[in-house]
Write a protein that binds this ligand. Structure first.
Ligand code: V47
Length: 379
């Protein structure tokens, strides 16, 4: 019996051919994927690549986000941000002491968390020692836990205010315990749109350079793209291709995470939230364009758990983690919970037809025995 091909848009046939022969997709292919009305055909294509890379496994992790401060010198510049505050006197501003930060992290680590994800605004006054102490303090108390700290934009800021090169900053952070860098701050690389949504912020070239230098020093990093604001489909494909080119050069990106813009309490509050189909499309196109990325993560905090579950059949092989205490999206009106249980994540993954695997930040499987856990090295 001949097999039915679930594609209705004939423009997707040549792309299907390329995927079968593992041929790299072009900018034009990317635009076709963003424009096709055939969303199930798009999902079918993305799922081919997802299965080729991850089989029927879907990953999650037990992590905690701790945003040490939201004071930010760019508070008036990033039009998409509801998180930043001008200074500590401004309503809604906070600044944790190192001890407060360590207490919070240690509490979650004692409850089984394997990764601390910590970012903040571009603080004008905190000394470099503050950031080093956060890392050192945690590594000393909990050496097993992975520390994913500071976006490329923060690292560039440290370089500027502490008058050290990016390389020197990275070397010192690594020596203090930094294990990897999260993907934030990428926003959208296309200059014209970037200048509209975050004028004066670190450029695309600057963001990519920090990641390049981190990769050269053996520090793995993640990559993101903020979509659902003023960007065009061309901007989105351009962003993905620039990440793909960077990965060809330095091969240190671990995962890609598309981030759905949340407009509430921002200067772009006049825009609508993204739809479920836009979220799925961004996951699927990323899976297809980023042929040199091993993983695509759907960040349920931004898409909601329901869309995240469906995204596991649209190219994503990772649903992120328990998260706990997310602030950036919730201050911009996210209606998702601030944390989710492992039982709920694994139930959603199983129901989607995949095998849930608890992972660490670098996709090593986590094995738990009572209160203890260890890493099984990735094959
Ligand atoms: O850089 C800010 C984005 C990012 C809004 O690396 C917003 O594992 C939506 O990068 N609506 C921070 N997005 C989050 C981030 C991240 C999240 C999860 C995992 C990882 C990882 C990284 O959030 C910012 C910015 O691009 N953002 N404001 C908003 N209103």
């Amino acid at each position: 019996m001949e097999k039915y091909l679930p594609i209705t848009d004939s423009k997707l046939y040549p792309i299907h051919e390329k995927i079968q022969t593992e041929t790299r997709l072009s900018l034009e292919d990317g635009i076709t994927l963003y424009e096709t009305p055939d969303i199930t055909g798009l999902g079918f294509l993305a799922n081919i690549v997802r299965e080729r890379k991850s089989g029927n496994l879907a990953y999650y992790n037990i992590n905690q986000h701790i945003d040490y401060s939201n004071v930010c010198i760019l508070h008036a510049r990033c039009h998409f941000c509801a998180f930043a505050r001008k200074n500590i006197e401004t309503e809604g501003a906070w600044e944790m002491s190192v001890d407060e930060f360590l207490d919070k992290a240690v509490y979650s680590i004692n409850n089984g968390c394997t990764e601390i994800h910590s970012v903040g605004g571009l603080h004008p006054k905190l000394p470099f020692e503050y950031y080093l102490e956060m890392l050192r303090g945690l590594k000393k108390r909990m050496p097993q836990v992975h520390l994913k700290f500071f976006t490329a934009v923060e690292i560039h800021h440290f370089s500027r205010i502490f008058k050290k090169s990016i390389k020197e900053i990275l070397i010192e952070l690594k020596a203090a315990g930094l294990d990897s860098i999260p993907g934030g701050g990428a926003e959208i690389f296309a200059e014209e749109t970037r200048n509209k949504i975050c004028p004066g912020k670190l450029s695309a070239e600057g963001w990519l350079d920090v990641h390049h230098q981190a990769h050269e020093l053996g520090i793995p990093t993640n990559a993101t793209m903020l979509y659902g604001h003023l960007e065009t489909n061309e901007d989105r494909v351009d962003h993905l291709i620039r990440l793909r080119e960077q990965q060809d050069k330095s091969n240190g990106f671990v995962t890609f995470i598309p981030l759905a813009f949340h407009p509430a309490n921002t200067r772009m509050a006049y825009l609508s939230s993204t739809s479920g189909l836009t979220d799925l499309r961004n996951v699927a196109v990323a899976r297809l364009m980023l042929d040199n990325f091993a993983h695509i993560k759907v960040y349920w905090i931004m898409t909601g758990l329901k869309v995240a579950q469906v995204a596991l059949s649209f190219g994503a092989d990772d649903i992120d983690g328990t998260v706990t205490e997310e602030k950036i999206t919730h201050m911009a009106g996210a209606s998702t919970p601030e944390a989710v249980s492992v039982e709920e994540l694994t139930r959603l993954i199983r129901e989607a037809g995949h095998i849930p695997i608890e992972r660490d930040t670098n996709y090593n499987e986590i094995i738990r025995e009572g209160n203890k856990w260890y890493r099984k090295k990735a094959a």
